[in-house]
Write a protein that binds this ligand. Structure first.
Ligand SMILES: [Zn+2]
Ligand SMILES: [Zn+2]
Length: 320
């Protein structure tokens, strides 16, 4: 059952021909979410045709700097042209409602589908979205304007039933559901078969944290503790430490230190400053602090799978 993150953009605010500004698609058991929506995100969604934009249920905007939000109005407008009817929910800092309203009004655009804006409190770690498959939490970040990261946590799945026991005890559908939910089995003679003899543990719920843009801050450690996948911005390398502090960004070294301290499964880098023509330097610097790092690249998908233990599979854009 899928839990995957596809990187659509890893550039920073100054445009380059190498990168697209921030955006990612998170897909959890058929429910899709967009995180940030830099300029041209809709073109990235077209380019990576294995993604299904019509399945996007909600959009999470980290902050209102243009490289994270300038693609939103264009994409919503295109959804309208494509005949979308399903409701969409958009989460982000205060100002988001005004930004959308003004652009809709002066351009005379109208959306034929419900579009509900939720302005969130960027100072608190709290659950802001929940459905049957996933819960999403806000992560307070430190940047030049109100900024929130997002934590996606899969809901606990049902226990695995041992197939032979279904025939052995002639379980009906309702009974199978109850056993998968953790109940013991009561036989007609009132004897009880404990659940542990009927089921095996399901895989632990999977998690992904998105942290961009932000100055290095250890206050996020409890929120990102042991997540399977962490995307943390690495705008600069150590050679621009002063610049990182001044503009409230993070270096590759610092992001890797956070990943190590939070004992995350895997770190993905991104939000690369245009000062660096080659991105390998970010990987090299991060690897000095933490060994499970991957260079965030447009079009690549990180899939969290269970092979007796949690593994991360990185899939290229042409491998779908
Ligand atoms: Zn940015
Ligand atoms: Zn920013």
């Amino acid at each position: 059952v899928e839990f995957k993150v596809t990187i659509l953009g890893v550039g920073a605010a100054v445009p380059t021909l190498q990168h697209h500004p921030s955006s990612q698609m998170v897909t959890i058991r058929n429910h899709s979410f967009l995180v940030d929506c830099g300029e041209g995100t809709q073109m990235q969604l077209l380019k990576y045709a294995f993604l299904k934009p019509s399945r996007i249920r909600a959009i999470f905007i980290s902050h209102l700097h243009g490289d994270h939000v300038f693609g939103l109005i264009g994409m919503l407008h295109s959804f309208a042209l494509q005949g979308r009817q399903d409701r969409i929910d958009i989460y982000g800092p205060s100002g988001l409602q005004q930004l959308i309203d003004v652009q809709m009004k002066v351009t005379g655009a109208q959306l034929p589908f419900p579009c509900v804006i939720h302005q969130i409190d960027c100072q608190t770690f709290q659950c802001i979205y929940e459905d049957s498959k996933v819960a999403v939490w806000s992560i307070p970040l430190r940047h030049r304007i109100e900024t929130s990261g997002y934590l996606f946590r899969e809901k606990q799945v049902a226990r695995n039933i041992i197939p032979e026991t279904i025939d052995q005890y002639q379980m009906a559908y309702q009974t199978i559901r109850a056993v998968k939910a953790g109940e013991d089995l009561v036989l007609p003679d009132k004897s009880v078969i404990p659940n542990k003899d009927l089921t095996t543990d399901p895989p632990a719920p999977r998690s992904f944290a998105y942290c961009s843009d932000t100055r290095y801050t250890e206050t996020i450690l409890p929120y990102i503790k042991e997540v399977d996948l962490l995307y943390h911005e690495t705008t600069f390398c150590e050679d621009n430490q002063a610049k990182a502090e001044k503009t409230m960004h993070t270096t590759a070294k610092e992001a890797a230190i956070l990943a190590r301290k939070a004992e995350v499964g895997y770190l993905i880098t991104g939000h690369y400053s245009s000062r660096y023509p080659k991105t390998e330097v970010f990987l090299k610097e991060a690897l000095e602090e933490f060994d499970r790092v991957s260079l965030g690249e447009e079009g690549y998908t990180y899939s969290l799978e269970w092979k007796g233990k949690r593994v991360v599979k990185k899939v290229g854009p042409l491998e779908h």
